[in-house]
Design a protein around this ligand. Sequence first.
Ligand code: SF4
Length: 201
Amino acid sequence: MDFGALVDVFNKRGFKARAFDGIEQVVKVLEEEIAPNQSVGVGGSVTVKISGITDILRARGNTVYFHWEVDKSEIDRVRKLASQADVYLSSSNAVTADGKLVNIDGTGNRVASMFYGPDRVYIICGRNKVVDNEELAVERIKEKACPPNAERLGLNTPCRKTGRCHDCDAPDRMCSVKVVMERCPKGKEINLMFVDQDLGY
Ligand code: SF4
């Protein structure tokens, strides 16, 4: 996939966008750019999890706050610590060709930390996350991200059964907060790392 135009669009909107051939290159850059004494928060992300970066950072001494990797009783505390870390790692549910990051969260910790809290953020996006516009981004999230996430988490939502959104009122509903980032917020460094691989969902 040619990410040239996408990188240009996001750089014009104040983000720091780069493209990579594979996730291994991304991991190498993260090892170089995150100092060993920096704390690292992680948003719920299959992409970050499968990259192996959290194990690498911990092994060399970084403090890593990732609520997927702690006991259930610690989840809320670790989410809060992640939101105050020096650096934050996440993915995006969708990115649009016209330069927007579109995300939907159940708790909201991930999307909040992407735009407020940690001064430096890295967002890793596989090619499967790229769509033409905001409308298609929401469609993508509802049809491609929510059903497998419901399956992974064992949630009782209609999308898990049918593969499409029913704008449900289920107690397990995952869609509480929708955030569209149209520009990099002032005072924030947001690194977008586009990868020529299908990563996460
Ligand atoms: S609103 Fe409900 S049915 Fe629709 S994607 Fe979200 S959890 Fe699934």
